[in-house]
Design a protein around this ligand. Structure first.
Ligand SMILES: Cc1cc2nc3c(=O)[nH]c(=O)nc-3n(C[C@H](O)[C@H](O)[C@H](O)COP(=O)(O)OP(=O)(O)OC[C@H]3O[C@@H](n4cnc5c(N)ncnc54)[C@H](O)[C@@H]3O)c2cc1C
Length: 344
């Protein structure tokens, strides 16, 4: 295990917040090839005193906002390796938790393993994708998860979770609901053997139609989605962000009808469980925040759901902006916005 004291987090979070961690613990080695350097490093982790202070597993930091220095240990899983197999009906990729989600999509396209292409260009790694149940363009990672291997950080036990046991929901999972408990080190994903493009997301279907693509190939889906995504979002190399800062709120029918009556231009609300899912981006835009800044934090002009770093902003400035937006949306629409990003 590599140990770094007083480590800068600036390159370890996509918001580009300049904070430090008291300690960064880096678990090296291939997570697939057992007994491995990775498991040796896990043993070393448990022999250390990491639980005496706060600790947290970190991926690529693309959904975390550090509001201050982290006074404990951040644990990072190292090398990413993978292997594929096939049971005649489905194809499978087993990947180490630190492999980037987009790299897994790229592999699936190269191998013609189908079903993950709609998650093209989602930042972060595959371990965190499971924690967050990432979703984009009509697909969530839960649609592909076969099993998840995790280490219980309370006692070092290893568990293999089925997809059902992961308790996936909208941007949540068992692992998100039990922060600090699990370290995901390996994920097995299940793919279709035949290609059926998922065109359920309207903006994607419209874009393909606009380009005159009637029967898209898997690679065309990946290319179009990647372009579409970056046409609306800040590129991490230019402006820091955590992607969508808030979850789309789910409200009861009365609230939904009340807002629709007051604002007939409200986008179609989709049924979600007992309620209706509203567009948080539209609410923020309607509340007048699109393109605005507060301190050095801003609301992305092309997508109001994204808060971004206009330059050298602190985590506290991001949180101040988020709170101001929450207050206005609550006052104007009676709707509580909940952050999707993890505020530390
Ligand atoms: C520009 C941009 C666009 C985005 N677009 C989308 C999108 O379309 N859809 C979407 O769903 N998300 C999106 N996101 C959010 C982000 O990509 C996801 O939440 C991603 O899964 C975070 O991955 P990460 O590796 O950066 O995790 P981190 O931000 O480092 O961590 C996220 C959480 O996972 C935990 N964690 C990380 N690794 C592990 C592990 N191995 N074991 C246990 N816990 C772990 C952390 O403790 C933390 O709670 C976007 C972000 C950005 C910056």
């Amino acid at each position: 295990m590599e140990i770094y004291d007083n480590h800068s987090l600036k390159g370890l979070n996509t918001f580009g917040i300049d904070a430090r961690a008291r300690r960064l613990l880096f678990l090296r080695g291939s997570t697939l090839d057992e007994p491995s350097r990775f498991m040796n490093d896990v043993d070393e982790l448990f022999k250390s005193d990491f639980r005496k202070a706060p600790y947290m597993v970190i991926g690529e930091g693309s959904n975390i906002v550090f509001t201050k220095d982290y006074e404990g240990s951040l644990i990072k899983v190292g090398e990413a390796v993978f292997y594929g197999d096939d049971d005649g009906r489905y194809k499978y990729l087993t990947v180490g938790a630190s492999m980037l989600t987009d790299e897994v999509v790229r592999l699936s396209v190269d191998y013609r393993y189908y079903g993950m292409e709609n998650l093209s260009a989602v930042p972060g790694n595959i371990g965190a994708a499971v924690v967050q149940n990432v979703g984009a363009y009509g697909v969530e990672i839960k649609d592909l998860v076969e099993t998840v291997d995790a280490i219980d950080l309370l006692n070092g036990d290893r568990h293999a979770f089925t997809c059902e046991e992961c308790l996936f929901g909208y941007r949540t999972s068992l692992f998100k609901q039990q922060p600090g408990r699990w370290l995901i080190w390996r994920v097995k994903l299940r793919f279709n053997s035949d290609f059926r493009p998922n065109l359920s997301y309207k903006a994607l279907a419209d874009e393909l139609q606009r380009r005159g693509i009637v029967r898209p190939s898997q690679r065309q889906m990946r290319d179009v989605i990647t372009e579409l995504r970056w046409s609306k979002l800040p590129r991490p190399e230019e402006y820091g962000s955590a992607g969508s800062f808030f979850k789309n709120p789910v409200v009861d029918e009365d609230t939904c009808l009340r807002i629709k009556a007051a604002c007939p231009d409200m986008p179609q609300a989709h049924k979600a469980g007992d309620g209706y899912k509203l567009s948080a981006g539209w609410l923020i835009d309607k509340a007048g925040w699109k393109g605005k800044t507060l301190g050095r934090a801003g609301v992305w002009p092309k997508q109001a759901l994204v808060l971004y770093n206009t330059g050298s902003c602190t985590g506290a400035e991001v949180v101040a902006l988020a709170q101001a937006i929450q207050k206005d949306v609550q006052q104007q629409f009676g709707v509580a916005l909940e952050p999707e990003a993890i505020i530390v």
